[in-house]
Design a protein around this ligand. Structure first.
Ligand code: ARG
Length: 593
């Protein structure tokens, strides 16, 4: 409907211009999708804001616009007679012919009405980004799932997307890690082969304990940092062993979830750190405070009060997390060869880092690194909580390991499936069970996360995410399976159907479904703008419900030949839309479940 929307927007502007040729302001129809189906397809609220300026009743203004519209043949070719509602809203209903034609043009196409952007600068999506030698926790899981979905939507729109994994692979903690490695596994440093360092998280904990308790260890560790940063080959080797091991662990999670990421850890920006300091100095932003180089921030939260200054270079010459992020921004917006030439950079992390990013964005802007019109956005999300509303923990109180969490989702999906098969007296192969359970289990975890408004904390509940009813992955997958079944049956009972059909929409349930299907392009553009994947989930859920209502109330397989082909085409288009939408959420479809 997007193209119709734009056409109508232009027609309304012109009608307003004709109705009020002397108005010396921009005439904006304020066109929007109708807030309720009984208002038609679109509504224009512009008469209301014009009323004050023109000192006329809004209703009169609306009537004047409508008069002009009705004289416009190209408008009449699209809409029925406009209706004025309330104080002066103009309700527009697209004519049935036009709607059917719009939908017919989308049937069987790959893009389902979603336009591609033509000339597009790269977009960076910085997501997942766990830390070497530390556990990848549920916060990273949220970032991974949300970031991947946003990247998929942007890619579908045609943008070149850089999916960057900003791994925490640099910094002072490596001093103690390398020191520990040298002491407990000196052999590991001599081979080029992959070595298993065992549980890296326990390894980290032990190194930290010794760092806190043992002065000698502490000094050696500090020395290690200096060696690493000056490029000492043995230290670098130890560092890369640690990174390799973590990388292998992270990759297991990415593979399972079908996530593509390009690793570009903090260490990548190391060579660009001095230039950050130089730039800040020449922009007169640097202040030396107690030997450290700082930038004083103006209020970043908007809540008043003075935020603490951002330390960009410590007294000992070392750099911080924030300095690396400054270097990353500078690099991402800069042109090649030492830059990505991006025009939009998106960070997906928990809301706890909101102040960090607000500060970093402010400094980057003041340093002049953000090109005109470029966008820099933090996409924050809330905490993952257990069903008790507290931080997610295992029964024994430990932090939940991601692989355990995914295993449990798949295990429970398998139990549900087996009992359903038994109930339905179906006999399926083990291969079928394993494959369906794994798809459903992982889909449930992803969808539960994506379907929440990401800003709110999210309560993790296996029971809720695996339910076959409600706004869940199993419900949507089941709708798809249902449609696949209809198509198989149709083929069996009535033979294969020609690819092109003429749509014949008569029943209100058919119209409702057609209108819902036509919203897909708008929803995708909305997600591109607002970066809220839950909008797409809400749409797919609504679409499934509208479809199920249609299928329960209108005969498809038993319809007369002409109606049959048209209804089957509606089914097929619903399946295509659901499949495409789920794909953008990182969820594969199933033929049977
Ligand atoms: N490694 C960080 C963490 O685990 C997240 C990094 C997010 N990205 C960034 N450019 N700062 O909290």
């Amino acid at each position: 409907m997007l193209s119709l929307f734009h056409t109508l927007d232009v027609q309304l502007r012109e009608a307003m211009q004709r109705a009020f040729p002397d108005a010396k302001i921009e005439l904006n129809p304020q066109l929007a999708p109708a807030s309720k189906p009984e208002f038609g397809d679109f509504q224009a609220n512009g008469a209301l804001s014009l009323a004050k300026l023109l000192k006329q009743a809004p209703h009169r203004i609306a009537a004047a616009i409508v008069n002009q519209l009705q004289d416009d043949a190209s408008f009449n070719a699209i809409c029925l007679k406009p209706q004025i509602a309330g104080p002066g809203f103009i309700n527009l209903t697209v004519s049935p012919d036009r709607l059917a034609a719009e939908l017919a043009a989308r049937l069987g196409t790959e893009r389902l009405g979603v336009p591609t952007v033509d000339s597009a600068a790269p977009i960076v999506v910085d997501f997942s980004s766990p830390n070497i030698a530390k556990e990848m926790h549920v916060g990273h899981l949220r970032s991974t799932i949300i970031g991947d979905s946003l990247a998929r939507v942007l890619e579908f729109r045609g943008y070149p997307v850089l999916r960057l994994n900003h791994l925490g692979d640099w910094g002072t903690q490596f001093g103690m890690l390398i020191n520990q490695l040298k002491q407990i596994a000196p052999k590991a440093l001599e081979t080029a082969d992959a070595v298993d360092l065992g549980d890296l998280v326990a390894f980290y904990r032990e190194a930290k304990r010794r760092f806190d308790e043992d002065e000698d260890f502490r000094n050696k560790s500090r020395n290690e940092v200096v060696k690493l940063q000056s490029g000492d080959p043995v230290s670098l080797n130890a560092w890369s062993l640690l990174c390799d091991q973590s990388r292998r662990e992270f990759q297991k999670v990415y593979d399972r979830l079908d996530i593509r990421l390009n690793e570009r850890g903090e260490s990548f920006y190391n060579p660009y750190l001095p230039a950050v300091i130089d730039d800040l100095r020449s922009a007169n932003l640097l202040v030396t405070d107690d030997g450290a180089q700082c930038v004083f921030l103006s209020d970043v939260t908007g809540k008043g009060g003075n935020p603490p200054p951002m330390i960009v270079q410590k007294r000992d010459g070392g750099f911080n997390y924030a300095t690396t992020d400054l270097a990353a921004i500078r690099y991402r917006f800069a042109s090649a060869p030492n830059g990505d030439a991006a025009r939009r950079v998106i960070y997906v992390t928990d809301v706890g880092q909101a102040n960090h990013f607000a500060g970093v964005f402010q400094v980057a802007t003041r340093a002049g690194w953000i090109p005109e019109g470029a966008r820099l956005e933090h996409v924050p999300f809330g905490l993952v909580q257990g069903e008790d509303g507290k931080k997610l923990k295992t029964r024994s109180g430990d932090t939940v390991r991601l692989s355990d969490l995914l295993d449990e989702a798949v295990g429970r999906a398998e139990d549900d499936l087996r009992s359903r098969l038994k109930e339905e007296k179906r006999d399926e192969t083990e291969e079928f069970v394993t494959q369906v359970a794994s798809t459903v289990g992982l889909a449930a975890v992803k969808y539960a996360d994506l379907s929440q408004n990401r800003l709110t904390n999210y309560q993790f509940s296996f029971d809720r995410m695996l339910a076959m009813q409600g706004n869940t992955a199993p419900y949507l997958l089941y709708t798809l399976v249902r449609i696949a079944g209809i198509a198989r049956k149709a083929e069996k009972e009535r033979g294969s159907q020609p690819a092109s059909v003429s749509l014949q929409l008569s029943e209100p349930q058919e119209w409702a479904l057609a209108r819902e299907l036509l919203k897909f392009d708008n929803v995708i553009i909305e997600v591109e703008e607002e970066l809220l994947p839950n909008r797409l989930c809400g749409y797919l859920f609504e679409l499934s419900q509208v479809f199920n209502r249609f299928y329960d109330q209108v005969p498809v397989l038993k319809a007369k030949p002409a109606g049959f082909a048209s209804r089957l085409a509606l089914c097929r288009h619903t399946a295509d839309t659901l499949q495409c939408g789920l794909g953008l959420l990182g969820i594969p479809a199933l033929e049977r479940m």
